[in-house]
Design a protein around this ligand. Structure first.
Ligand code: AMP
Length: 279
């Protein structure tokens, strides 16, 4: 696996690959890698791509300074995991390299997909995401870019970005990878104790329980799920919403494809998860 820090070096290698008609697959990450990330790398390799992973903790997508300061990092372990997965290239840029003009954000009309859910609770988050992903897309010009359904709204935001600005990049979704107890894998789980991880799995249990109550109205279903989580003293629920999986607008009884989205705090750690609700 090649490891590069500079845009110059990266561009040279990408151009060589493109010259030999090699398809490029790109997996952006913020590091502290787990099987969720690795599953995206494997997807790209299975698609026959020269696979580029970036590790960059993007400061502009953090709306909370302490979340940024406490973001976990483990570069040596990450490199080992990527080598084991047969990743071709790891791009490790510095902040100066990615933001030569300071934290200037790219603002872009995403047709409203960035407004509900995380958009409502993490002001400016998606502007930061779109800014960094646009920069990476410009530099790497991948044929495929891989994003996890763990961050489902981000996936839809990037699909919208690609449709308008990068029509030659296919956005590929990866399923959520979970711990044996159902907790969605996340770098932020590193900040939870063993006990807290068990408690956090109740988020998954709640979504599953909601899937057994499909005769309830949307409003009652949201109340049912919220009540289950509000009963747990260690969990501070930020939102639980049942929405249209395509538009992320509130679902009605007639919405064909419904999805539940949850954001909750356990101690200092903010967790998000989502699940398709059975038709
Ligand atoms: P992050 O490092 O958290 O920015 O995540 C990088 C990519 O990995 C994003 O596309 C995430 O959606 C994806 N990802 C993170 N956790 C998981 C997971 N548990 N399962 C699948 N994909 C994930």
């Amino acid at each position: 696996m090649k490891i590069v820090n500079s845009i110059g070096e990266l561009s040279k290698i990408i151009n060589q690959q493109k010259h030999s008609h090699q398809k490029i697959g790109f997996v952006p990450t913020m590091g502290y890698l787990h099987q969720g990330h690795v599953s995206l790398v494997e997807k790209s390799l299975n698609d026959g791509c020269y696979t580029v992973v970036s590790i960059f903790v993007n400061p502009t997508q953090f709306n909370n300074a302490s979340d940024l300061d406490n973001y976990p990092s483990s570069l040596d372990a990450d490199i080992k995991k990527l080598k084991l997965a047969n990743c071709d290239l790891l791009f490790l840029p510095t902040k100066e390299e990615m933001y030569p003009e300071g934290d200037k954000l790219i603002s872009f009309n995403l047709e409203g997909i960035d407004k509900p859910l995380e958009g409502e609770f993490r002001s400016g988050h998606f502007e930061g995401v779109v800014t960094i992903v646009s920069k990476f897309f410009e530099l790497i010009k991948p044929n495929y870019a891989y994003f996890g359904e763990k961050d489902y709204q981000q996936l839809l935001v990037i699909k919208q970005l690609a449709k308008k600005m990068f029509p030659n990049i296919a956005i590929v979704a990866g399923q959520i990878v979970r711990e044996p107890n159902g907790l969605a894998m996340s770098s932020r789980n590193a900040r939870l104790s063993e006990t807290e991880r068990e408690i956090a799995s109740k988020i998954y249990n709640t979504m599953q329980a909601m899937n057994t109550q499909r005769d309830l109205t949307v409003k009652k279903l949201e109340e049912y799920g919220s009540l289950l989580l509000e009963k747990i003293p260690e969990i501070e629920l930020e939102y639980l919403r049942v929405v249209d999986a395509k538009t992320l607008l509130p679902a009605t009884e007639h919405t064909l494809s419904q999805r539940v989205f949850i954001a909750a705090h356990i101690g200092e750690v903010r967790l998000i998860d989502n699940m398709e609700l059975r038709a």
